[in-house]
Write a protein that binds this ligand. Sequence first.
Ligand SMILES: *Cc1c(COP(=O)(O)O)cnc(C)c1O
Length: 451
Amino acid sequence: MAHEATRVLLDESRIPNAWYNIVPDLPAPPPPPLHPGTREPIGPADLAPLFPAELIAQEVSGERFIEIPQSVRDVYRLWRPTPLIRARRLERALGTPARIYYKYEGGSPAGSHKPNTAVPQAYYNAREGVRRLTTETGAGQWGSALAFACAQYGLDCEVWMVRASYDQKPHRRSLMRVYGATLHASPSPVTEAGARILAADPASPGSLGIAISEAVEAAAGAEDTRYALGSVLNHVLMHQTVIGEEAIEQLAEFGETPDLIVGCTGGGSNFAGLAFPFLRGKLAGGTGPEVRAVEPAACPSFTRGRYAYDFGDTAGLTPLLKMHTLGHDFVPDPIHAGGLRYHGMAPLLSHMYVLGMFQAVTRSQSECFEAGVRFARTEGIVPAPEPTHALAETIAEAERCRETGEEKVILTALCGHGHFDLAAYDRHLAGEMEDYTLPQERIEASLAGLP
Ligand SMILES: *Cc1c(COP(=O)(O)O)cnc(C)c1O
C-alpha cells in the first residue's frame, strides 16, 4: 500500500511507518532486467515462479513510499529502533576533530541488518500461501536472518550454504538449525546445477553464484516454494531504508547532519539502506552528504568491474542484470568478509554510481581487521568482517581531518557483529591474515565470459 507522505514518520515505537523507494526520485530510471533468452525486458510473469506478487510489485514500483505492514513492524519491534552511537572513544584515540557516528544493526536476532528484509519477504510469501522458501548464504548471515523470519511466519526454510563457509563456520550452521532451517553445503548433489559442478570438481569450495543457482532451481521446480534474495534487488535495498530513516531522526536529536556517509558493499543493501534516505533531500535539489562505498580489494565490483548485463548466478538461471560485475564465473579469493564476496552489485546502485551520486574505494583485508580491532578496543563492539571495510575508511577519513583540522560529521553503518568470526580475528592477531592481490588478467578472463 502506498501513501502520500513527503517524509517517513516514526510510529509510537519510533520505528519508520514506510520504506523509501529512491527510484522515482532519480533523474533517469535504472536499465531493466532482461530475459536471458529473448534479451527483452522481463515482465512480472517471468518472476512469478520465484517471488510473490507483492515483492514483484515492489521491485518495479514507482511509488516513493511503501507502507510497512503492521505485522512486519511488530517483528521489527524485537530489535528496532537500532541505536545510533557517537564513537567518542574512537574519536579520542584518533585525536580527530571529526565527529563519528555509527548506526548499529548487530543487535538484531541474526546479528546483522539482514532481518530488515528477511521479515517482510517471509511475511509477503506467507500471506500469498507459499509454504517453503529457498535461499543461498555465504558467510551465513543471510541464511540465519531468513531462517529466523521463516520461523516467525511458519514457513519451511531451505538454505544452500557456500561449502567453504559451511566448513569454516559451524556455529552459523547451528544457528540456522536452531531457527528450524534445512541446510545443504553448496555445491550439493540435490540440484542439477550443483551435481554438474561436483561432477567436474568434487572438491569445489563453492561460491555465492553457485549457491544462488541451486536455490533458484529448487524454488522454480516446486509449486509451493519461492526463492528469497538477501541483497542486490530493488525491493531488498528498499526494505533496508529503515536504517537511514531512523538515523535521520536520531542524528537530528544530536543536532547534526552528516557530511560524509560510509558503508561497505557486497550486494549493496546495508549501504543503500543507510544512504538513500539522506540522498532524498539532495535529489530534491537541496544539499546532502558526500557518500562513499567501500569494497574489498579482493572483490572490487565498482572499482574494477565492468558495467554490463550479466547473470546474477553462475549457472545462468537468473534474468540478466545491468550491474558492475566481475563476471558470473568469478570466484573471489577466500577473504573472511564472506558477505562481500559477490561478483556483481545491486543494479540500482550501479546505475547511481554511473550517475556520479557516490564514490567507491577499496580496502585490503588486513587493514580492515586492524580497524576492527581498533574499534573493538575503543567502542567495545567486535564488528563483523564486512563493516570493518567501512570502519577502515572512516578511520582514514578521521585521520585526514586530524591533519586538516576539519570538524567533519561522518556517519557509518556498523551492519553486524563479529561473534561468529572470531576465528578470523584470531588469525589476524596471530599475524596470519593474508592480503590477496587481484591480477588484472583474472578479471579480464572472467569478464570474457559475459553473456
Ligand atoms: C550480508 C552482509 C553484508 C553484505 O551485503 P550488503 O547487501 O552489501 O549489505 C555486509 N555486512 C554484513 C554484516 C552482512 O551480513
